[in-house]
Design a protein around this ligand. Structure first.
Ligand code: NA7
Length: 535
């Protein structure tokens, strides 16, 4: 590993996930020097940390992969439609090796602070190991779901059995045979891990605060002919991805859910359910995301599916969400609802019997104490802002990013923030990020940031900073788009609603990755309009 004591580089990159890896590769191609700090012992970011049983991506592998290298695209042997965490981690490692990235990555090292020095016009970046690096650019490639969150319940430290957190899962395989397991949380991590843990556990008790809408993934091995067809067509497919709404090309709906007959509507939902694709569900009708009545048709239909699958009527009711479909992140699963038909699997509805405390023996709700050998926390993240505000970032005049964002994140394009010169965020709040295929969004941001740095160097410019006016307009625009949708009606992590005390504001840009890309390209074409560039 490189020595970093008081080094000077062109750019410090925080995080060696898919953003950090590609950034490093791009900056090097411009002959810039960069150092990547990574808290983990390896590359892969999300796919390094989230090793829980059943962890998979819910965008198809042939689409959830880098497009920047045609050789990589043509050669990489994807095995499954929805690859497992180990398969994706293997891909990240392959990329790190293939492009010789490791030599500029410092592992086991968390960045703790970064301060802008106006005199030198550089960032001084410090880590937990007392490294101090000065850099012209600070690039936060820290991910949107990377600051884990435990439930707000007393006594977690008192439990005498074994505790696991899905996002901090140990590297070795865990055997649940003969164990009484309790799991808190029913987002994607809970929905994916519950069926797998249930396969071997003696008993599994699921503590659910809010149910998820989940679709069967219909995962399978990829066929040689479909891989060949995609490889043949990859350039056109990548273009379609970039121009799409969510980074996955999909047939654009033309009809309202309310203008078609019930059988026609149900057939559309059935087709989406059969397809095992979330984007297919979300694009069944034009007004799915904007009209409550239209959305209610999908909600009723999915409730029907849950009631068909789950035999115990009370359990089925408890599993039926009441918020609009898609306003919290929907899930893809393998045997999720079916698992609740197993006699050793139990559902506890925390809306009826809230969590009271974790005890030495297990979990106490308002109704009773449940005893466990193992507790699994699948309780999510301080999404989108947590990983950014956990670093003490100080911009111009000591301005704290965390403090200036206390009433919600404020960015221009989700890339820069006023008061923080030469700071870039990859897939920051105010960009489509979590509403899209992350790799498509990551590549777009990395390319854009790389281009702006090249522009600065070409023009002999030293700094770039979002203007307060452009930022205000962007924040208003992001809010306005959200206000046309049903998103604000759910208590989601998109809204910051899962973290007590966090300001409620819809954080991602919901106008689609295609529209967003055009805006970013326009800004660049007009000489980085809305940014101040200086010598
Ligand atoms: P999520 O989707 O944020 O899920 C976390 C779950 O944990 C969710 O069901 C929460 O209920 C529950 N939770 C959180 N805090 C508590 C407390 N205090 N008490 C009870 N239950 C709680 O995180 P995941 O890791 O599953 O998925 C993250 C993303 O990864 C996912 O959206 C995909 O993009 C991939 P709540 O809904 O807040 O009521």
């Amino acid at each position: 590993e490189p020595s970093t004591k008081t080094r000077t580089v062109d750019a410090v990159i925080v995080g060696a996930g898919f953003s950090g890896l590609y950034l490093l590769h791009k900056l090097r191609q411009q002959n810039l020097t960069a150092v990547v700090f990574e808290a983990g012992t390896g590359v892969g970011g999300t796919w390094y940390w989230n090793r829980y049983p059943g962890a998979r991506v819910d965008v198809e592998s042939l689409a959830y992969s880098y497009s920047f290298s045609e050789d990589l695209e043509q050669e990489y042997p994807w095995e499954e439609r929805y690859p497992t965490q180990p398969e994706i981690l293997k891909y990240a490692n392959h990329v790190a090796d293939r492009f010789d990235l490791r030599k500029d990555i410092v592992f086991r090292t968390r960045v703790t602070s970064a301060a802008w020095a106006e005199d030198q016009r550089t960032w001084l970046v410090r880590t937990e190991h007392e490294d101090a690096v000065t850099a012209r650019f600070l690039i936060m490639a820290t991910g949107c779901l990377s600051a884990p969150k435990l439930p707000e319940v007393p006594g977690i430290e008192n439990f005498k059995g074994t505790s696991y957190q899905t996002s901090r899962w140990p590297h070795e395989q865990i055997d649940f045979t003969g164990q009484r397991v309790g799991i808190i949380g029913t987002g994607s991590s809970g929905v994916q891990s519950i069926p797998v843990i249930a396969e071997t556990a003696d008993s599994l008790t699921v503590f659910q605060r809010t149910p998820s809408y989940s679709l069967p993934a219909r995962n399978r091995r990829l066929r040689d002919d479909e891989i060949a067809a995609m490889r043949e067509n990859y350039r056109a497919y990548r273009k379609a991805q970039r121009e799409s709404g969510a980074g996955v090309p999909v047939e654009v709906p033309t009809k309202s859910a309310l203008e078609v007959s019930e059988p026609e509507r149900n057939a559309a939902f059935e087709a989406a359910w059969e397809s095992g694709s979330l984007v297919n569900l979300l694009s069944t009708f034009t007004d799915f995301a904007t009209n409550q009545q239209a959305n209610d048709t999908a909600k009723r239909w999915i409730h029907g599916k849950i009631r068909d699958i789950v035999q115990d009527p009370q359990t089925a009711e408890d599993l039926c969400p009441d918020y609009p479909v898609g306003t919290k992140r929907p899930c893809l699963d393998t045997n999720y609802y079916e698992t609740f038909n197993e006699p050793h699997v139990h559902l506890v509805n925390l809306k009826r019997t809230p969590l009271v405390e974790v005890t030495d023996k297990g979990i106490r709700t308002s109704e009773q104490e449940h005893e466990f050998d193992v507790i699994v926390y699948a309780t999510g993240f301080d999404a989108m802002t947590g990983a950014l505000t956990n670093v003490d970032i100080r911009g111009r005049d000591g301005l704290s990013l965390k403090e200036t964002w206390s009433a919600g994140p404020r960015t221009y394009l989700g890339i820069g923030s006023a008061g923080f010169p030469n700071l870039f965020m990859i897939t920051g709040p105010g960009s489509p990020s979590v509403l899209s295929n992350m790799i498509v969004s990551i590549e777009q941001h990395v390319d854009w940031v790389n281009d702006v740095i090249a522009h600065l160097d070409r023009e002999g410019l030293r700094t770039i900073e979002a203007t307060p006016a452009a930022q205000d307009d962007w924040v208003d625009h992001v809010n306005l788009l959200a206000s046309y949708t049903l998103y604000p009606r759910a208590n989601s992590w998109y809204m910051g609603a899962n973290v007590p005390g966090k300001t409620r504001v819809f954080m991602p840009y919901c106008g689609g990755v295609g529209e967003y890309r055009k805006k970013c390209d326009d800004v660049a074409a007009r000489g980085y309009e809305g940014f101040e560039l200086a010598r």
